[in-house]
Design a protein around this ligand. Structure first.
Ligand code: BGC
Length: 332
């Protein structure tokens, strides 16, 4: 009897594993269709796993990656959870690895889980690059993205410079468990720590959605009416913060600094509703990641850190956007 149970159990494990591999291969479509006469077989098949598929920031990373994929004859799969979700993010990476794609690019999203996951992928012989968020304690080959601690530090310095008198800061961060968000908060706190006039009085997470950024801002203002400055650490946070401030007529009295330069961010700066934002280079991250992955596949040596430029911009800098001369801010 025990043998029978053991046998059936083993069969089930084998079957479910085979299904996982079968669906992973199907999901990543690694056998190309050869229907068109002009079809050129790609040299490599890479997967870019995002934190959230339809997020405007990630669409810019995708744009850059697609441009490089075109230049280097790579088939690129852009995929990830519809809404930010760590378990789904991890499963997508595992499926890409099971499908034995030629390279995976993704965030080292979670300090506890990502290193082991990345190591498993690399040990299977699949190169892994971290994009946007690093996992320095993993076997990833390189990191392409913002120095997140430094970016947070810059935000703190900007707030010190832009404000006078007592400042009570409310922080809306993307997710408490994301490594890049933690670093942005840490850098910010370190920058303001020696100035007695500036204090962080509350922090909450938006799950990187604009709606929750707005909800959390609203609750924070109710609980902490003394808040007179906000710091939003992921791309849609400042947009959600300003939405609430506008609805209660407080944009003039509250200082807001956010992250990223999406079209809506620029509009809010131009309207004077958002004082400053930290520039990241998502397009460049996507482009560089694909380019580096090709170099790795070709056996070239690549250096570990590829920090993309970051700086804080204000209203007076908006005319530098898309200025291609030195000192200009090229976007995407
Ligand atoms: C961060 C990404 C995050 C995005 C969410 C960006 O600022 O760099 O990690 O997924 O915001 O909107």
């Amino acid at each position: 009897m025990a043998r029978l149970v053991y046998g059936v159990g083993s069969l089930l494990v084998i079957l479910s594993f085979s299904f996982f591999v079968f669906y992973s291969v199907r999901a990543f479509n690694i056998t190309p269709e050869r229907s068109s006469a002009s079809y050129v077989e790609p040299d490599y098949h890479f997967v870019l796993v995002t934190e959230e598929m339809d997020n405007d920031y990630w669409r810019l990373v995708e744009e850059g990656a697609r441009k490089a994929a075109e230049e280097y004859n790579v088939a690129l799969e852009y995929t990830g959870p519809k809404q930010a979700n760590l378990a789904e993010h991890i499963k997508t990476i595992e499926m890409a690895a099971a499908a034995r794609v030629d390279g995976i690019m993704a965030q080292g999203l979670n300090q506890d889980v990502s290193p082991a996951l990345i190591n498993r992928v690399v040990e299977k012989g699949i190169p892994f690059l971290t994009v946007d968020t690093d996992a320095p304690n993993s076997k990833r080959f390189a990191y392409i993205g913002t120095d997140n601690y430094y970016a947070g530090f810059l935000a703190g310095q900007a707030l010190l410079k832009d404000t006078e008198g007592d400042v009570n800061v409310g922080i809306i961060t993307g997710r408490f468990d994301s490594a890049n968000q933690k670093l942005r908060v840490e850098g910010f706190k370190d920058a303001i720590q020696d100035d007695e006039r500036v204090k962080v009085v509350a922090i909450d997470a938006s799950q990187i959605t604009r709606i929750q950024a707005a909800e959390k801002t609203y609750e924070m203002i109710k609980e902490h009416p003394e808040v007179n400055a906000f710091y939003g650490t992921s791309a849609l946070d400042a947009i959600g913060i300003v939405q609430v401030l506008e609805s209660i007529g407080m944009t003039d009295r509250v200082y807001v600094i956010g992250f990223d330069v999406l079209p809506e961010t620029i509009k809010l700066i131009e309207e004077g509703k958002l004082e400053a934002t930290v520039v990241q280079k998502p397009y460049e991250m996507g482009f560089e990641a694909v380019k580096l992955m090709v170099e790795l596949k070709e056996g070239k040596e690549v250096s570990t850190y590829h920090h993309t430029l970051t700086e804080v911009i204000h209203l007076e800098d908006i005319n530098r956007i898309n200025d291609t001369t030195p000192g200009g801010i090229r976007l995407p």
